[in-house]
Structure formats: C-alpha cells, structure tokens
Design a protein around this ligand. Sequence first.
Ligand SMILES: [Zn+2]
Length: 368
Amino acid sequence: VWQKVPALDGEVPTGESGLLRKLSEIKTYSPFVTSYHSWLAQRPDALEYDDRVEWLKCILFFAEQDTDGDGVPDWTALIDGNPSRVLYPQDSDIDGDGTDNVLDPAPFNAKVKGRRAPIKLPAHVKDSRPEVAVLQATLFRKFGILAINHTDRHSPAVLRNLLLLLEHGFTSRLIRGLGGFRYIYAFAGHDARINIAAYHAVANAISIGGMQAYPADTRQLQLPIIATLAHEIGHAFLMHQISPGELKQVSENYGDWREVFTDPTELTLYSAAFFTPHPRRRLASIAPPDAKKSNLISGYAATNIHEWFADAFAAAALLRMGEARRLGQEWRERLVEVPSRSKDYWVNYNNLSDGLLSWIRNKLRPQI
Ligand SMILES: [Zn+2]
C-alpha cells in the first residue's frame, strides 16, 4: 500500500550530511533539517554518529511514505519544533479518502471511508457516561471539536468549562475556523495544578487532565481550567494564523522583546528568537509596572514570545468572557493572583494593554 514520493526514488545516502540533504528535498521536511542542526549544535554528545545515521535512515524511509500521493508525507519526525524519535501522523488524512484519520474506521485504506463531515459525534469516540456524551456532542455540534478519551477519561468539569470558554470567550466562527484546534484529549500525565495542559501543533490537539485530575463534577466556573485552555488555544491561533514577521512586530511593539532578535536569518515560528526569555526577565521577576508595560500577563509569560503571546491571547478571551457574561468587577478581581512570596507564580490578566487588546481583536475580526 505504501507509495513513495516519486522524486525520491534512488540510492539511500550513507552519511549524515547526505541523508539530511535528501530529507531537505522532501516537501515539509526542511524545518526538520533546520531543527536537527540546532539540536545537534546544542547537544553534540547526545547520540553517537552511527546511531544518528541509523535514526536519519529510519526517518528518511518514513518521510518518503505518502499513501495518497498528495505530496504531504504521512509522517513527521518534528514534534513541537524538535526532532523526535517518535513519528507522528503529518497528513491528517493519510489514505486521501476524504475522512480524517481520527474519524476514519480504516485510516490506511482509501476504500473504507467514514463520514466526511459527520454531523453527529462518531460512535467510537462517545463516552459511556451520559453527561460526558452530552458534552462531547455539544462541543462537536457547536464548534466541531472532538473530545477524545486518551490515557484518562474526560472529566465533565473540564468539558463544561471548555464549553463556557468557547461560548463566551470567542465567536463560534473563530473556533470553527481554527484548524489548529480540533481535538481535546484526556491525558493521564496532566494534573490540576502545575502541568495542567499542553498544545500539540502537529496533532491540532490540546491535552488536559481527565478524571484523575478533576474527579468532582461541578457546574461552577473554574478559572484555572478556563485560563489554561484559553492559553493553549492562543498557541493554536499563533501557529495557524500568525506569520513569523507579524509575531516579531507585535512582540516588539507591545512586549519590549526587541533585543531577542539578533539572528539576521529568515524567521520561522520555531526560530530561536521566539524561544528566548524576555530581556528583562531577571530584573526582580518583572514586577509591575514593568510587567504591564510589556503586556506580561504572568511571570511565566517572560519564558519566551510564544508563551507571552498565548497568555495575552488568553487575557483577551477572559476579558471578553467577563463582558459577555456581565461578570463585571468581581470577575476582574478573580483574574489576578498575587503570591505570598515574590518569587512565586503570579498572574494578572488585567495587564493586557488596550493597544495589544485591539491588535488581537483586529486579528480576530476577519473571522468574527
Ligand atoms: Zn504555553
């Protein structure tokens, strides 16, 4: 069933540089080669030369697989901007039958299709608990988002808060059009306090804790869940709707990030500049008013531009939620967390300036 990318038939190179050159010729693989070089520069002793060659040969074999021949390789070895030893499906419809892998009863067989655009939640995804199944169905019907049990089962508390956020923090057209966020997985590796959730760009998915982290069902607004989900959606929005040039511009204009842009080579969203800590991060953990001036929503936002933007995006959603639900001053006060010790985590969603707020709203506007 495997079909090779036609241009790539021929000899397999034996050395590292030859393999990398061959990989860079494959459509969508040049970011892999770039990040491989910087990975190697940072950790030259991580793998012996021979092991690296074996690894690259293996990647090349899979990189050449393109089942439906659409030019998008089935697999990628670039996960969240880093070379990975685990492959991930890159073509969201590997067999090209029009049904996304996740909805396809036979993802490698073009003759077996699922429903191209199912209106109802696919049966194999549906949870056996009625209250969760209702939430899954609502998320899917209103926003086209599939909530899938992975290494844990979804908690109704999480899904209820996700629905509140999607209904009041954004317009439904924005979320429906946001290709970077299609799935939410319940993942056993997450907890409710520190490692709350993650965004997986390649999978168009957010992972978050399930029943183990959130055992109690509640109908209450739970700010940590909502704020975290809004932050992860910010990552999805950035990866899919913002160009590297725009990101540079907005971070310079509103975040005081100018000094991180030292490398004159062309920017990608995975460039080192976007993963460099804030220039003034060390100065007293950037307490206000500096934080407000740089649109730093939290201490964590100084980690790098991606986190800075995701936090600002979350702030815009949370502020809209307060307006949309007329939660008023009480809500504004809940958006601030002041730690007892100065080095602890702090957050203030009101730190978003009017300038950046209108930049984000303008950026969202075409989709409203
Ligand atoms: Zn983040």
